[in-house]
Design a protein around this ligand. Sequence first.
Ligand SMILES: [Zn+2]
Length: 104
Amino acid sequence: MTEHVTSEQIADAHAGLLAAPESRLVTAHLASCAECAASGDQVASVSRILAGAPAEIIPPEASAALQAAIAAEAARRAAAAQQQEEEPARSADPLLRRSCTPSR
Ligand SMILES: [Zn+2]
């Protein structure tokens, strides 16, 4: 086999979609060709990422709840930052106050 294998062949081999003879040819080529082995590694990593990704789309209500939670947290932090600006001496947590004071 003198021709390089295609990324489709590599992906199919990884997924177990090739017939045994072709799968053996692809595997043998990958073992002897650094160029195709490198693209084989890329195909394998993409396959791993896709395998780990959730197949279903996030439901709209979950997405809305997430957006609301993020907005609430952002508002809470903004309010806390504003309060700290207004009365920095009254911060209840001395550790927090120290970590927020710029070091000189
Ligand atoms: Zn090759």
